[in-house]
Design a protein. Structure first.
Length: 285
């Protein structure tokens, strides 16, 4: 897929959605002053234009990291995230493209290293989901596309980043509570999240002796553009997050600290693990 085709991509719905059009707006702002836990680091974050990715970018910047913001085609959201990072006094670059395209992942990593001077933290956050009531409703095209973005994209991005990751580097992947609970409306999406968890654990085994830690975060229902712009049915949106023990959806800035913990030396004795910011839902780890 060419860059032009990627940027002009039209989905069967409005995914991934523009945060600038979402009401109420998600809470992305970091809650506390920074303490330099990522000082001098360079982080590449896929899906960083909005929602969880934006909150992670903002928090990482507050903690001292320069940020490469990868996104599909939401230029207004990406520009806003860049201004947020720069407002924290850090460098930021924006790179538009499809993580499901191996060549794009290679270009994105090369541009990050060239413009920001290296790569220390890889956050594989980009993803897509499409609700379907019946397994027979899932088209072959949708099935391939969901796997291409959600798990192939992580392989491609990690393959591109690997030569630049040195001892002390960290990889943080975004899986989901649906990997543990299942989801009757998100059969293909939840399947990719199971693959991501297995990928995280296996990649950790592969890299841990090289001093590179690999962990994951499994958010529960989080208020982001992904769901109201086609990622969830209208019926599910009416009670979105109410079935959690806390009785509400989470906000992106309630998830970002889990990514920070796994990216910094606070978690220096952790690899192959998954954190669960999910509103109190008990799941097997």
């Amino acid at each position: 897929m060419s860059d032009t085709e990627t940027l002009d991509m039209i989905h069967e719905d409005d995914l991934p959605g523009h945060e600038s059009e979402l009401e109420p707006k998600p809470d992305w702002e970091p809650r506390f002053p920074g303490s330099g836990r990522l000082s001098g680091k360079v982080a590449l974050i896929s899906g960083a234009d909005s929602d969880i990715g934006r909150a992670v970018a903002a928090l990482f910047a507050r903690e001292g990291a320069d940020i490469a913001i990868l996104y599909l085609c939401e230029h207004d959201d990406a520009a806003r995230t860049r201004s947020i990072v720069e407002g924290e006094g850090r460098k930021a670059i924006t790179i538009a493209g499809d993580v499901g395209d191996k060549a794009f992942c290679e270009r994105a990593v090369a541009e990050t290293v060239e413009k920001l001077g290296g790569l220390d933290i890889l956050v594989n956050n980009a993803g897509e989901q499409h609700p379907d009531a019946e397994i027979t409703d899932i088209s072959e095209e949708q099935l391939k596309r969901t796997f291409q973005t959600n798990i192939f994209g992580m392989f491609f991005m990690t393959q591109a980043a690997r030569p630049h990751l040195k001892k002390g580097a960290a990889i943080v992947n975004c899986t989901s509570v649906t990997m543990y609970q299942g989801s009757k409306e998100l059969l293909d999406y939840s399947s990719t999240k199971g693959a991501i968890t297995a990928f995280t654990r296996s990649l950790s085994e592969n890299l841990v002796e090289k001093g590179i830690r690999v962990n994951a975060v499994a958010p529960g229902p989080i208020w982001t553009p992904l769901n109201p712009f086609g990622g969830a049915s209208k019926e599910k949106l009416e009670t979105f997050g109410e079935d959690t023990p806390m009785g509400r959806p989470g906000q992106p800035n309630e998830v970002a600290p889990s990514f920070l913990f796994l990216a910094c030396d606070d978690s220096s004795y952790m690899s192959g693990q998954v954190l669960h910011p999910n509103g109190g839902t008990i799941v097997g780890s």
